[in-house]
Design a protein around this ligand. Structure first.
Ligand code: CP
Length: 302
């Protein structure tokens, strides 16, 4: 494939190849000299129509570690503000001889649409509520690193599943690797199609935590809520917030993950986010190696 648009169409073998390539790059990133010449002749544009800290910076670092030339585009400070369309914007960037486009957009399917109109490789860095494939990959890679393997592990994804692209990419990735997946959240924040994905559904957060080996905790995405959903943030933290006190009631230890950004005190308390159970910053670290692997494998097919 020329693009990474989602995890839905990847095979377990594709994912394993990305992980093995990321293992090699992670070793490179732990060396004093972190740079390799693999993408020396490649120019990459990071095209972000939505805000980002982790994804944008880790793609840029991954590209620089691979010796690619990098340009960054943020729609808020661009001629999109003067009415330029998505295709015109990207075609103008490509006219400057760009080989790969990393794109984040608020509309589900925007990178898929673009992939039918342009020649460059496209990597989806998050399309609305649809997929965030490199996040799904780095999350599963982090579970593999922490627990030895993903197959057979029980992973609960807890939070605003309805508005989360991270949830969908995690479900696809974890299931392809043989994990059992549960989603947990208030009924108002679970999509109607969720049971068709073959996941378990639980509305009680304590029962979800008691079931799982790993809890991947998501934030409430207020920016995607067109109407006011129940519960409010205050109600959410009351019924679903994960605290040390709640974890202490479990009869086992579990791994805590979060893709970021964290709303501290809402879905996750600091006494959990910053505890020894949390691998949140390891996820961020692994994001660079995973993105290097994806860019390297796509560039190798050019
Ligand atoms: N996890 C994630 O996508 O974070 P950013 O929105 O900051 O990139």
């Amino acid at each position: 494939t020329r693009h990474l648009l989602g995890i839905e169409n990847l095979s377990p073998g594709d994912i394993e190849l990305i992980f093995e390539t990321a293992d090699n790059f992670k070793a490179v990133l732990n060396r004093p000299i972190k740079k390799v010449p693999s993408l020396r002749d490649i120019t990459i544009a990071n095209v972000f129509f939505e805000n980002s800290t982790r994804t944008k910076l880790s793609f840029e670092l991954a590209e620089k570690r691979l010796s690619a030339d990098v340009v960054n585009f943020a729609s808020g400070s661009s001629s999109v503000k003067k009415g330029e369309t998505l295709i015109d914007t990207v075609n103008n960037i490509l006219a400057m001889k760009v080989d790969m486009v990393v794109m984040r957009h608020s509309s589900p399917g925007a990178p898929h649409f673009l992939s039918r109109h342009i020649q460059a490789n496209i990597i989806n860095a998050g399309d609305g509520t649809h997929e965030h494939p490199t996040q799904g990959l780095l999350d599963a890679f982090s579970i593999r690193e922490k627990l030895g393997e993903v197959a057979g592990k029980k992973v609960a994804i807890i939070g605003d599943i309805l508005h989360s692209r991270v949830a969908l990419s995690n479900i696809f990735c974890l299931q392809k690797l043989g994990a059992e997946v549960m989603v947990c959240g208030p009924a108002t924040l679970l999509p109607r199609y969720i049971r068709e994905l073959g996941v378990q559904v639980e509305q009680d957060v304590f029962r979800a935590l008691q079931w799982c080996d790993v809890a991947n905790v998501l934030r409430i995405q207020l920016e995607r809520q067109q109407i006011k959903y129940f519960p409010s943030l205050r109600e959410y933290s009351l019924y679903y917030g994960i605290s040390k006190k709640l974890l202490n009631r479990l009869d086992k230890e579990i791994v805590i993950m979060h893709p970021g950004p964290i709303n501290r005190g809402v879905e996750l308390n600091s006494d959990v986010a910053d505890s020894e159970h949390s691998i949140i910053l390891q996820q961020v670290e692994n994001g660079v190696a995973i993105r290097m692997a994806v860019l390297y494998l796509l560039a190798a097919q050019r």
